[in-house]
Design a protein around this ligand. Structure first.
Ligand SMILES: CC(C)(COP(=O)(O)OP(=O)(O)OC[C@H]1O[C@@H](n2cnc3c(N)ncnc32)[C@H](O)[C@@H]1OP(=O)(O)O)[C@@H](O)C(=O)NCCC(=O)NCCS
Length: 167
């Protein structure tokens, strides 16, 4: 399993994987069937939509988990400047792991790689979009050290964090 920065050539594989994860979530919370949603609407979903993919790749904070040449996990993040009174803040937009590969440490490693790169790029803080009813996501963020409350944003203060050793 390799965790590496996302590249433009990952677009199709990561788009498929992100939509799979979004579809899974929608089917849990919405009465509409996914197949009834207009394609035009689906095309705008996710950070992998063609309008924002390049931006997320070029910042260097988005990562892919690759197994035997296949993308099995992703994280989309970008650096925000002067948000929440912080000069450099990483914003984690979305992440996901293929259902077959879950609970094997990939999500944790993706988040960790993104945080490590954030620190290298000078981020003081990481904010991550979470849904409080998403227990796997919530537990993963807490395990890595994020502070969470009822807000749908999780916070990790990097001031005392050591960058983990290369794997
Ligand atoms: C959330 C998600 C990315 C986690 O990825 P993962 O690779 O399965 O997670 P990991 O194996 O790295 O787990 C790390 C920790 O998270 C927690 N965790 C993960 N899955 C869990 C579950 N089903 N129940 C409880 N805790 C869970 C555990 O603390 C785990 O550590 P442990 O295995 O030592 O107990 C994955 O479940 C996923 O893709 N879900 C669908 C998309 C999604 O919800 N994305 C998050 C949007 S913020």
């Amino acid at each position: 399993m390799e965790i590496r920065p996302m590249r433009m050539k990952d677009l199709i594989a990561v788009r498929d994987l992100e939509l799979l994860c979004i579809r899974e979530y929608f089917e849990k919370i919405m009465e509409n069937r996914w197949d009834d949603l207009p394609q035009e609407w689906i095309d705008k979903l996710g950070a992998s939509n063609p309008r924002s993919f390049r931006h997320h790749v070029e910042g260097g904070l988005s990562m892919v988990a690759e197994e035997d040449g296949e993308a099995v996990g992703f994280i989309f993040a970008q650096m925000l400047h002067h948000a929440y009174n912080v000069e450099n803040m990483t914003w984690v937009e979305n992440m996901g792991v293929h259902p077959y590969y879950r609970r094997t440490g990939i999500g944790y490693r993706l988040l960790e790689a993104c945080i490590d790169e954030s620190q290298r790029q000078g981020a003081a803080v990481v904010h991550s979009a979470i849904q409080p009813d998403n227990i796997p996501s919530l537990m993963m963020h807490r395990k890595i050290g994020f502070f969470t409350d009822t807000r749908e944003v999780a916070l990790l203060d990097l001031s005392d964090r050591k960058v983990s050793a290369p794997k």
